[in-house]
Design a protein. Sequence first.
Length: 405
Amino acid sequence: MKILALNGGSSTLKATLRELDGNLPSAPPPPLWEAQADWGRQPGKAQIRVRAAGEVRSDSEVDIETPAAVLEPVLAALWSGPAKAVGGPGEIDVVGHRVVHGGHAFQATTRITPEVKEQIRKYVEFAPEHNRLELEAIEVAERVLGPAAPQVAVFDTAFHTTLPMCAKVYPVPYEWYEKGVARYGFHGISHQYASRRGAEILGRQPAGLRMVTCHLGNGASLAAVRDGKSVDTTMGFTPLEGIMMGTRSGSIDPGILIYLVRHRGYGADQLDRVLNKESGLKGVSGISGDMREVVAAIATGDQRAVLAFDVYVYRLVSEIGAMTASLGGLDALVFTAGIGENCAPLREAVCRRVAFLGIELDLAKNASPRMDSDIAAPNSRVRVVVLRAEEDWEIARECWRMMEG
Ligand code: ADP
């Protein structure tokens, strides 16, 4: 089965083609073909880089008229040009689209129909930047590939639909919940992969295992996973809640917003921009939302960078505590995504502060970890795993499961 996974992030679209034969290893086999393109841009120029069999075969620039239009030349590069991997669109058996917001309607991966598109459109109000773009991408793929290739939606919220009501409902008037204001949680595709892969690395079954998975990329969230199911998570109604991120604030006192509106003349758009793009590591350090640059500035003695790192660790540790309480204890802590995979000082600072839970790192392993391995000291009661985020692979697996019924 040839499966094309389309994963549109905040600025990059990744398209990955894999051929699966029913043997589904937990860790991904290398893709046959992959493309990366600028994503969600205003009309103008967009870059596309295509690899086949691991080698870069083409780098190009195209003119686009809508934010998702770059998908059309990306798809064409599958069957034409120097990176061609299939004879034509008819050879693609299924296309999996990452869709950020599936609300309460979608608890699992779903075949896309006109009704499903209508429902995804309803959630545009909840996730305007994402769902609108994803719908546009679905329509481009339908037009280019035709009806023969089934299109499947893999939702970032679906993994968290197992949250208990006490975690889903905010302590506000109940009618808000009835109108859709609830904790949905995000990064579910990554947390699902990380929890299954983490269990496998530890040689454990998901059943009986209590894990906190830490997805620490530009956006960042934690999930509390028990028996392979999400029971709590830090992101909420939007991906703005929870731990501190690169440029997002994470949770803050809602009273701050009331104050800013009432006394500082802030409106919705300005609050949106400041909390999403000018806060987090960037806002506190005044340097960058990129952890590498913050760590580099710490090495030069920059005190605001030190503070930004300390606030990041403090928030992360508080939420690991909260997730552990939701689980009733902790067996494994999993680090994944850009910061989780690569920032050894951050992992060390976090693990030192949660040592009271029975966590002890092997400092040498932490300093230069083998990817997808256990980096806890032999005596550590709680295991610590570092693993590469593989959302594209999880999307492909979901497509396989869906098609095989
Ligand atoms: P996205 O959420 O956009 O997919 P990534 O998962 O690629 O993002 O994570 C990006 C973050 O990872 C950035 O803050 C970046 O600085 C951080 N990062 C990547 N490599 C390192 C490193 N070696 N040390 C510290 N942080 C790193």
